[in-house]
Design a binder for this molecule. Structure first.
Ligand code: DUC
Ligand code: ZN
Ligand code: ZN
Length: 472
């Protein structure tokens, strides 16, 4: 099957040009000057299908490197399965996700990875990889980490939060980072001081401050700055590179920037919620509405300027990329577990469908360039997590993961279930998007076109990832 995507502007992280993209089977065969001939033949007359991209951007498919489909968490499980969540991703122009296999204390890492393979296999709409959560750092899990790269898993996540669930203490973090330095695995860190947060949260509940807003008060920015600094110091000591997930506090960005200025190999991701939503307007919404926005790290105060600082970090490369931390829970039967006690609200927001659109708004408002949009949503995730070349770029030989994006189109994120994520609400209700995902192709197969879905569960394959390109 040969497809020509013609008449569009191809945008890679390195630049844009008017070009046609020839797809042969699952890969990009050529990126051609518009109207080119190949060996004297008019290309468009010798393909099976022509996609007209006139006036539109043609970009590499989005890569969301931080999702939690089906995550057992907070007394329930994230409401998107691998099937529903990856289909929603496809609708939104994301053609690869990297999810998290979860190992807890006392469990074998190998078993955890196998269990997550069993959940995802044959279900996914788009390609998927795994990071390994190591929730119980001990002799056995440290040894098992040595085998992860052979499994195509080149990164693992530790938590400085959630005592008794996922938390690693400083000694465990140090040991795991030593193993990372030895093996080349990239350490991802949830950087919040969990034990101190739990004390603050309990004190707030005891004082009758039980509304969702107080989730943001308990998880103060000092908790994020302190943990980020500690993680940076431990990484420095071991020589392991560090990737801090879901950065939301401007002080945490400053810690990352200072470490980078000292020459340390540290990176940070932020998420759309930390760019657009706030403690005052969203977590502080009337009644129990704020529960929709309970996630960790929490939404921050707009008055304190955190959101502006995240945009600034993306411009200056103090923050390198944007993932969603997609972890959806319904209001009914899930978020409402925390009625009357914010500590019992399952933590998470669902955004996997909207990340490309939401980040494109940064192009519309002049916060980032078109190329930077592609870089932070696709190219850097590919490079950071060992997929670049096949993913994250439109060049001959790359996977034909292609999105045709219409800058003149419009996307309304309506109220209720106008989206495709398995949620009874959305944190993005009411957002009006300048731009529209028109066509989504995953390894040459058209998944989304003309408002219709043409994929099937199992279209997506496991991506065996190599080492991060940012390691030295
Ligand atoms: N934060 C969330 O909001 N949800 C899942 C786990 C996490 O760290
Ligand atoms: Zn986290
Ligand atoms: Zn997460």
């Amino acid at each position: 099957m040969k497809t020509l995507i013609s008449g569009g502007t191809v945008v890679n992280a390195t630049g844009r040009s008017r070009a046609d993209v020839l797809v042969d089977g699952e890969t990009v065969a050529a990126v051609l000057a518009p109207g080119s001939t190949l060996l004297g033949f008019d290309v468009s007359a010798h393909v099976d299908r022509v996609v007209d991209a006139t006036g539109k951007y043609v970009i590499p498919g989005g890569i969301d490197a931080h999702t939690h489909m089906e995550l057992p968490f907070g007394g329930t499980s994230a409401s998107d399965t691998f099937e529903t969540g990856t289909r929603a991703a496809a609708w939104g122009g994301t053609t690869t996700i990297v999810d998290f296999a979860v190992q807890r204390a006392g469990e074998r890492v190998q078993d955890a990875l196998e269990a997550w393979h069993a959940k995802a296999a044959g279900q996914c709409a788009v390609d998927y990889g795994f990071h390994q959560i190591v929730g119980g750092v001990d002799a056995a899990s440290l040894q098992a980490m040595e085998g992860l790269l052979d499994e195509g898993v080149s990164s693992f996540k530790l938590f400085m939060a959630y005592p008794g669930v996922f938390l690693s203490d400083d000694g465990q973090i140090l040991r795991a980072m030593q193993k990372a330095a030895e093996t080349g695995l990239l350490t991802m860190m949830h950087a919040e001081n969990g034990p101190a947060i739990d004390v603050l949260a309990q004190q707030l509940v005891e004082a009758g401050r039980t509304d969702p807003y107080f989730h943001g008060v308990a998880r103060a920015w000092q908790m994020e700055e302190e943990a980020t600094h500690r993680a940076i110091m431990l990484a420095d000591l071991t020589g392991a590179p560090l990737y801090v997930v879901h950065v939301s506090a401007k002080q945490a960005v400053e810690q990352l920037a200072a470490a980078r200025d000292r020459g340390q190999n540290v990176f940070g991701e932020t998420c759309p919620q930390y760019l657009y939503l706030s403690l005052e307007e969203h977590l502080g919404a009337p009644g129990f509405e704020g529960a929709k926005y309970v996630c960790s790290t929490p939404l921050r105060s707009r008055a304190e300027g955190h959101q502006d600082h995240m945009w600034r970090g993306l411009r200056t490369n103090d923050l390198q990329m944007v993932s969603t931390d997609h972890c959806p829970f319904c209001m009914k039967g899930q978020k409402d577990l925390g009625l009357g006690d914010f500590t019992k609200i399952p933590n998470g927001i669902g955004s996997v469908e909207h990340r490309m659109d939401l980040m494109y708004q940064g192009v519309v408002t002049g916060e980032i360039s078109l190329e930077r949009w592609v870089e932070i949503t696709s190219t850097t995730p590919a490079r950071m997590f060992g997929m670049y070349g096949t993913k994250g770029v439109l060049v001959p030989g790359a996977d034909a993961d292609v999105v045709v994006y219409d800058p003149a189109g419009h996307t309304s994120i309506g109220y209720g279930r106008t989206h495709h994520m398995n949620m009874d609400h959305s944190a993005w209700e009411g957002f009006e998007i300048d731009g529209h995902v028109d066509v989504v192709m995953s390894r040459g197969k058209v998944l989304v076109d003309q408002g219709g879905y043409h994929g099937r569960p199992g279209d997506g394959r496991f991506v065996r990832r190599g080492l991060s390109q940012y390691l030295v």
